[in-house]
Write a protein that binds this ligand. Sequence first.
Ligand code: FAD
Length: 317
Amino acid sequence: MKITEYLNHAEKPLFSFEILPPLKGQSIKHLMEGISPLMEFNPPFVDVTYHREEFIYKKHPNGLLEKVSTKKRPGTVGICAAIMNRFHVEAVPHLLCGGFTKEETENALIDLNFIGVQNVLALRGDAPKSDGKFVPEPDGHHYSGDLVKQIIGMNKGHYLHEETEVGFQTDFCVGVAGYPEKHFEAPSMKFDLKHLKAKVEAGAEYIVTQMFFDNKKFFQYVENVRAAGINVPIIPGLKPITTLGQIVNLPRTFFLDMPDDLLDELEKCATNEAVKQVGIEWAIQQSKELVANGLPCLHYYTMSKADATYKIAKAVF
Ligand code: FAD
């Protein structure tokens, strides 16, 4: 079923979450066992992230450097199939512009349709760490809005090559990303919202936000989104802080602010265990306020470690 149908028919706030494929070399068993307890809260869908290749430099005995590629977290499509089979919930794969030609995207969408995936989150992806700047594949998409157009085109039977004999049409429900604190490359919120609107006009049916720790920023964002004439559902993304390192890493990686009240509490913590407790309590308060404000679904970034999200869900749903 489509995410929008779940949202439209929800009688109470829905719980959903995001997982990462395991590192290459690790089995899926640990991941599946780890998320199993979260099924108690009846998530209609689980998002599975996609990780493009990273390039590393290997030094040869002669001193020459060779650029080699490595995919650290393969398996997005396989995990989607495994989740749908085992837990009977929708799996939402993240689909990137980066690293894909349009033809590869078309083929990936066919694979996803064949395994029964009905929803995808269309994203641009970040630049590989070694490159510093996002560069599309020679025949790939530059912005997620263009990826949305391709997916919606396939839903209408438009394939890249005219000679393709279309015997069936895909019917994906497409979500896109939104940024309550603005995407870091956008020169202004107005600019970012203009392009968010273009993604929705291209056919995106819902928005999932980047994590935020200050609900005031989220509520302001929703107001701005609506004022820009964007009317699709907005699903807030929440991440419980679980380690001391995240106090520095999360703002740096995701270009977001941490509220002073939260930082004051975190700075009193001497151990990761204490940080985790504060992070869980903060996320519970955030979640309760969002639910009280009528949000149809809350989405948790678990980083594939489900215990903190379990405690939050137990307190909220
Ligand atoms: P876009 O919508 O393409 O926007 C990128 C930037 O370009 C923005 O600043 C926007 O304002 C601007 N822009 C958009 N369209 C245009 C245009 N036509 N002309 C000029 N400027 C334009 N990354 C991964 O690698 N794997 C994942 O699984 C993943 N999952 C994510 C899930 C969520 C919910 C979120 C919020 C992010 C996720 N990301 C993931 C990170 C995401 O790929 C990055 O934030 C990326 O930098 C931007 O992706 P986007 O789809 O928002 O890009």
